[in-house]
Design a protein around this ligand. Sequence first.
Ligand code: NAD
Ligand code: UD1
Length: 337
Amino acid sequence: MEYILLTGGAGYIGSHTALELVNAGFNVISFDNYSNSSTEALNRVQQLTDKKIISIEGDIRDPEALRQLFTHYKVTAVVHFAGLKAVGESTQYPLHYYDNNVTGTVTLCQVMREFKIKKLVFSSSATVYGDAKQVPIPETTPRSATNPYGQSKLMIEHILEDLVAAEPDWAISLLRYFNPVGAHHSGRIGEDPNGIPNNLMPFISQVAVGKRDQLSVFGNNYPTPDGTGVRDYIHVVDLALGHVKALQYLNKNNGITAINLGTGVGYSVLDMVNAFSQVNKVAVPYQIVPRRPGDIATCYAQPDKAATLLGWRAEKTLEDMVRDSWHWQSTNPNGYN
Ligand code: NAD
Ligand code: UD1
């Protein structure tokens, strides 16, 4: 039997991708150290699909654990989600972030190479565009980073580019996600952040469910239509389907390709608050506070390359995003606990 390995498969995007891969007929193994996730997520994916997902606890910085895995199971491609993702935390603990994200990816690729596994889908981020001068943002935009998290993604992109330059038989996709939100429509899996959420949608959801008093809107004096920050929010199920398409693309195309996964449409913070409260008929009290350091005004994708190369476009609407976020949050007020 042939398998797709998902590093970080128990996480938010990994669990949704596991589900869509299984639905598309792939056999899936998750390898996760559970530093930011729970075994329950993949239990629920198994319930939803009625198929077995092999879950292995381990760290991508542990080459022996990876060797054991590749010795036991015939893995044909790796979708590499494992990594740390909190921007603020990365400025406090840069070494920890570089070790997890950069060292972890190098170790993973070294062991993949030993086993002649050379297909890789990497979770990159729109953060590699820094404060882009023009929107929509095409993949050709010059890259920069303003914090250790973003640096780690940029470094990994460069490392993988160097790898492909040296060994052209690798097939690698750098998927640059914009802002993933929402949850599977069943409400059984979703985003379960530790502690106080950094990102907008989980914060709105926790205000709506009564876990937090109100949302702080970080600035209303940006050069945007209503003054609040504009982002390209993408439904996590659309994002997951993009990974299925990327794997199919790698079966036919060697080399390395950067691909935006976004909708191409930007919504403001207040658009999100209003959509959430209107669609879900729930109050989301908020106050305007000063800008968050490091935030940019506007960011949304030029999404056409994904359509041309992968035959993929985001299909879900803003209404789907806010409805599914709320369905998950309201039926699992304490996440997977
Ligand atoms: P997540 O934290 O829910 O998932 C990451 C998973 O990786 C977790 O299950 C965690 O336990 C695991 N992990 C972390 N370090 C590991 C290690 N050393 N060894 C093994 N497992 C490890 O995050 P997510 O939102 O699902 O993000 C997945 C990937 O996508 C990350 O690489 C992230 O940087 C990237 N990304 C996320 C977003 C976003 O907004 N969610 C945006 C752009 C890019
Ligand atoms: C975050 C990450 C970025 C990552 C991106 C995609 C930070 C600083 N950056 O960016 O590296 O690539 O996610 O996942 O974390 N907002 C509020 N109040 C809140 C939370 C957010 O007003 O409590 C606003 C922000 O100012 C921004 C928008 O909501 O305008 C979205 O914020 P967030 O969800 O944190 O995503 P990004 O800032 O795009």
